[in-house]
Design a protein around this ligand. Structure first.
Ligand code: SF4
Ligand code: SF4
Length: 165
C-alpha cells in the first residue's frame, strides 16, 4: 500500500513539474538579442547623461554648480560664463561654457540629477560607454546636449562671441 502511495505521489509531482514546463514553453520569450536588437529599458534606467534645452532652444543649465557639489565622485567639471544681450545661451544669468562628465569615475548614482534646480541634467538610456581608451570617457557638453527642438532657434555661438565675455 505504501509503495502505491509513493508511486502516485511521484506521478503527481512529475505531472506538476511538467505542467510548469509546458506553461513556460507557451509564454512569450524574454530573451533580448543584443546587439542585433536594441534592449528595452525601464523609464528610470540611469544611463549616460543628457543636457536638456527648454522649448525655446535655450540650454536649461544655468551653471549653478549644484550638480558638481552633489557629485560624490567629483566627476563633473563646469566653467561658467555670463549671458549677454548679444549672446544668450540659457534662460538664467549664466550658462555652462564647459560641462564635462568623467565617466571613468561616474557611478550613476543620480545625485546630480536630483540636485539640479532646472532639470537641465537628466539620465538618458545610453549605456554603450565601455572603452579601452579612458580619455574617450570624458564626455563634453557637446556630446550630451540635446539638439534644438523643432521650430526653436539655438543661439549662434562662435569663439568671438564667447570670447566677448
Ligand atoms: S551620476 Fe553620481 S557620480 Fe555620476 S556625475 Fe552624477 S552625481 Fe556624479
Ligand atoms: S546641470 Fe543643473 S545643477 Fe548642474 S550646473 Fe547646470 S543648472 Fe546647475
Amino acid at each position: 500500500m505504501a509503495n502505491k502511495i509513493d508511486i502516485l505521489g511521484a506521478a503527481a509531482a512529475i505531472a506538476k513539474g511538467m505542467g510548469v514546463t509546458f506553461k513556460e514553453m507557451m509564454s512569450p520569450t524574454v530573451t533580448e538579442y543584443y546587439p542585433d536588437e536594441a534592449p528595452k529599458f525601464e523609464e528610470r534606467f540611469r544611463g549616460a547623461h543628457v543636457l536638456q534645452r527648454d522649448e525655446n532652444g535655450m540650454e536649461k543649465c544655468v551653471a549653478c554648480f549644484l550638480c558638481a557639489a552633489a557629485c560624490p565622485a567629483d566627476c563633473i567639471y563646469i566653467e561658467a560664463a555670463e549671458n549677454t544681450d548679444k549672446v544668450r545661451i540659457s534662460g538664467g544669468e549664466r550658462y555652462a561654457k564647459v560641462y564635462n562628465i568623467d565617466y571613468n569615475r561616474c557611478i550613476f548614482c543620480g545625485y546630480c540629477v536630483e540636485a539640479c534646480p532646472t532639470d537641465a541634467i537628466t539620465h538618458g538610456h545610453g549605456f554603450e560607454l565601455a572603452s579601452y581608451n579612458t580619455s574617450t570617457l570624458i564626455k563634453r557638453k557637446e556630446d550630451m546636449l540635446i539638439p534644438v527642438p523643432g521650430g526653436a532657434h539655438a543661439p549662434v555661438v562662435t569663439p568671438e562671441t564667447v570670447g566677448a565675455h
